[in-house]
Every structure is written in C-alpha cells, then in structure tokens.
Design a protein around this ligand. Structure first.
Ligand SMILES: [Fe+2]
Length: 168
C-alpha cells in the first residue's frame, strides 16, 4: 500500500481574503503563496510551517463547534508572549476568554500528562478555531530515535514549471 507522506493542506472557509491573509501573517507568521492571478482569485493559499492552508471565500462561513486544526510551534513562552503583544485572546478550553477559571486553574493554556505537550486555542477573524501546541519532548520514530519536525525554510514551496506563472 502506498504511504501518505504528509498532510499537504487544509482548506478553511473565510469571508474576507485580505483580512485573513493579514491575520495569519501577523499571528502565525504565514507566508503568502502567489499562485498566479487566476488561482489567487479562486483561493487564498498560505504556507504555515512546512504545510499549506488554503482558504475559500464564502459569504457566511459555517462554524462547527469543536472543529479545529492545530499547529506545532517551536517555543511556548515566545508564542504566548507573541499572542499577548498582539492582543490575541487564548484559552485552554477554546473559549474566547483569558480570565482564570473558578477553580483557580490557569485558563490560558494547558499541559497534557503523557507528552508534557502544551496547548491553547485561538480563533481567526471568522471564528475558525486553531490549537497551538508545543511538544517539549519532541518526535520519535518506532525505535525511539529522535525525529526532526518538517522543514520550515524561508520561501519553502512546491516547485512550479518555469512558465506556469505567466500562463495563468
Ligand atoms: Fe486538538
């Protein structure tokens, strides 16, 4: 059986391409992928880390409770400081609040016992929920060898034929 090598992209419904592009660039360091005028008109495509997010404009994006996607970050404290500096609310329950819960637990983020993974949730301008995660113990393969996460080189993109951009 052939193997899936990676998740190539996730497509999310949005209502305003420019607003979405600016928010993902600012909050998640996304990089705009210029696919040429025709495709840019159909979709907004951004690179986030080593993966891609595609966004399709629709007048009223449907919000489905608990549906979300997650991105891994490389530094937890720096991530929270970045969100604080931008004024982006985050919470471990996915609610749009940052105040402590009634039991005094820190509502801003959580940590899972098995992997020591940190996690919290934010929302894009259309209300799409995004989980931010950080695994301090890293990745390993079936034999326990450490594995590096995917490449995040500046300008990383799928190659296109040289004349593709001028033909669209
Ligand atoms: Fe999740």
């Amino acid at each position: 059986m052939p193997k899936v090598t990676m998740i190539h992209h996730v497509n999310v419904a949005i209502s305003d391409r420019q607003r979405t592009r600016e928010w993902y660039e600012k909050v998640l360091g996304a990089e705009f992928l210029d696919r040429g005028a025709a495709r840019n008109e159909r979709q907004l495509q951004l690179r986030i880390g080593s993966g891609e997010m595609h966004f399709t404009e629709t007048p009223e994006p449907m919000r489905v409770p608990a549906v979300h996607f997650a991105v891994e970050v490389d530094n937890w404290e720096a991530t929270l400081a970045h969100l604080d500096a931008l004024g982006v609310p985050y919470s471990h329950g996915g609610a749009r609040r940052t105040e402590p819960t009634s039991d005094g637990e820190d509502a801003r983020y959580g940590q899972r016992e098995d992997t020591e993974q940190y996690y919290t949730y934010i929302h894009d301008p259309d209300g799409n929920m995004i989980e931010l995660v950080y695994h301090p113990l890293g990745l390993e393969d079936a034999t326990g060898n450490p594995v590096q996460v995917g490449h995040n080189a500046p300008g990383l993109r799928w190659r296109q034929l040289p004349d593709a951009m001028s033909n669209v």
